[in-house]
Design a protein around this ligand. Structure first.
Ligand SMILES: [Zn+2]
Length: 269
């Protein structure tokens, strides 16, 4: 195995898991998905133990012996540092999702911008996204590191492998660490493309029929959650409310339009 890589699968020695969390931390930091000591990564070691990154350290500078082991109630079992402040959010996901063995949480700038704007990444813009994540909802705001945040996530955890946290960041999960990391990377990439289409002023959405075919094929591409059944996940060209095309006018043009509308309204009275 390459020195700085993560192998697929979740059956590994504890030493390997420790090294791979450090690698994921360097990737997350190196790609600018976090600043300072933000973010956290965890792995399910077995039915009762979680291995997690420690709090208060750059995710790009962690060493394997700094990882912390806790039980599923968050009690520390081993490690000389303290566990991540977001451990509660990780534990909620492990408790609700027996299929999940790894979780990544970070603040990638584009996806976090969507989270801060309260806008879900739920438009059927890219076939690969419909296949892999179907759509990425926004969980209501909850104070980081508190029960409030877990409560906000609870309704979404069962159906989504990637969730935006309002005014905060992103959490992704998967059957192994590589999958959870790839999902984080995918969310940020999709946010970047979505933002670019917003700037271009035009978004061409896939049709409901196109999306149906993609959702039917999801399982072949490793999706472990059922495709969420919802009218707006993802939003297609059939169910988009209003046009998604944006127009721009100058202040003078806008004033002229308003004046004209007011004049017409007066003339009708
Ligand atoms: Zn955070």
């Amino acid at each position: 195995m390459l020195a700085d890589s993560i192998s697929p699968g979740s059956v590994k020695t504890e030493d390997q898991h420790r090294r791979e969390i450090c690698t994921a931390g360097r990737w997350i930091h190196g790609r600018g998905f976090v600043a300072s000591t933000d973010g956290n990564i965890s792995i399910r070691l077995d039915s009762r133990r979680i291995l997690t990154s420690p709090t208060g350290i750059s995710k790009g500078l962690m060493s394997p012996d700094e990882m912390v082991i806790t039980d599923l109630q968050g009690r520390k079992l081993a490690g000389h540092r303290e566990p991540s402040s977001e451990l509660g959010m990780h534990l909620l996901i492990y408790l609700r999702r027996p299929d999940v063995n790894a979780i990544c949480h970070a603040h990638p700038p584009n996806a976090t911008a969507y989270a801060a704007a309260g806008i879900p990444l739920n438009k059927a813009l890219l076939s690969e996204i419909v296949l892999s994540l179907s759509c990425i909802p926004v969980a209501q705001y909850g104070t980081p590191g508190t029960q409030e945040l877990s409560d906000a996530l609870e309704p979404l955890v069962q159906n989504y492998d990637a969730i935006l946290l309002a005014n905060h960041g992103v959490v992704t999960c998967g059957a192994d660490l590589l999958t959870a990391f790839f999902r984080l990377e995918t969310v940020e990439h999709f946010a970047q493309v979505s933002l670019a289409t917003e700037l271009l002023g035009k978004q061409v959405l896939l049709s409901g029929r196109d999306v149906e075919k993609l959702l039917a094929a999801r399982v072949r591409y490793g999706a472990t959650t059922a495709a969420p059944v919802s009218s707006n996940c993802p939003v297609t060209s059939d169910n988009a409310v209003g046009g998604s095309e944006r127009i721009s006018v100058t202040r003078e043009e806008l004033e002229a339009l308003i004046e004209e509308a007011v004049r017409k309204d007066r003339a009708h009275r």
